[in-house]
Design a protein around this ligand. Sequence first.
Ligand code: SF4
Length: 475
Amino acid sequence: MQISDKFHDECGVVAIFAHPEAEKLAYLGLHALQHRGQESAGIVTSDGLTSRVHKAMGLVADIFTEDVLSKIRGTLAIGHTRYSTAGDSALLNAQPILVQSNKGSIGVAHNGNLVNAAEVRGQLERQGSIFQTNSDTEVIVHLIALSREHTLPEAIADALRRVEGAFSLVVMSPDRIIAARDPRGFRPLAMGRIPALAGQNRDTIVFASETCAFDLIGATYERDVKPGELIVVGPEGISSRFYSTAAPQSSCIFEHVYFSRPDSVVFGRAVQTSREELGRQLAREAPVEADLVVPVPDSGVTAAVGYAAESGIPFRFGLIRNHYVGRTFIEPSQSVRDFGVKLKLNPVQSLLEGKRVVLIDDSIVRGTTSRKIVRMIRSAGAKEVHMRISCPPTISPCYYGVDTPSKNQLIAANKSIEEIREYIRVDSLAYLSLEGLKKACGDGEKTSYCSACYTGKYPTNIVDVEDIQAAPTRA
Ligand code: SF4
């Protein structure tokens, strides 16, 4: 069960080249990336000749049993864990997509969202293409198949030049892995290496959305796939090329605020460093007299550590999270107030009673959950509740692979900070400034970030805009 008042994660991808148990490494990698999508998962493998696929709805650990993995053994593998951002959540849209084409067997796994998918899809359909899913990834697959280029890497490059938006992509042919990122580098994609096993004549090369996947499979992080870069790993070794002219980098700053795990290195920077600095910066910008700093678990924990360290106010786990909550729960017929949030979070009365609390979270999306959490903390006896948010107000939807509600559902797009304070019933409310956010995440050092959900200034044209109210301006 998700706390509903949150942005939802996008997707995670992993790829393994040259390992006798590639399917198992892909499975473990997906397990480490489970936080990036919990609706469906899949793995495509190859033994050098034949490609096999297994995908299903649900969590990685439930989908892939020993028996399932034994049926998809291979030395190459790509995997995907999905939260639907484009296309509905049916199994049909689960990834990787595996197709037989004039370029041979191709498996594709994609993290991101194309902003011109509907336009390109319409053109392809008019030319006779028949689509089997409503996911934008299939648009890329059709473009690869239709490309006049003769080699798969060139056909992929050709296809990627025709789409716009966010894509971190891993593609598998029977004997190659190809990894690519969009020219603005919206979503992360890292490359790592596992030294050759005894009797093996080459190192294993791996790709993953986040480096926490490398830690679990014993791989060492080497570098990121660069924006606009296409890397081919095959029998002849590793080659790299840039398929597109450089565009201003727009890596998603929300990866550092919320999505990525704190133990990952994302866009070449440790997420833990950014997230703790967000809290420190917030304490400098929005100090308050209080007795305790309490995070909304788990998302607010690292920023709360930073806020406590900077302010000198003690950090306490005043809200306890139940990690064992399934997707659906039977509610008593005499409905319990705030049932959904109480299933997941419970206040520690002995800590909170009579205290002035600084409550730290990473975002307020609709405001409904924040309001319930505040009510829980007050009912546990807190004397004052001061809410601090470790990023600026979210005023615009994301079109680059993050599931956000439309503009009319984003509380900060429709209410002032004072109105939000009144709605969630806190004594004070402050958000981190945009400058503070960028500083904490090292903007302009190694990475330049997209921050369109805080500014409404989008780094690309948005062609597929359904929500007129959300119609974006270009940065
Ligand atoms: S709009 Fe926001 S969530 Fe989307 S890519 Fe940009 S920073 Fe990330």
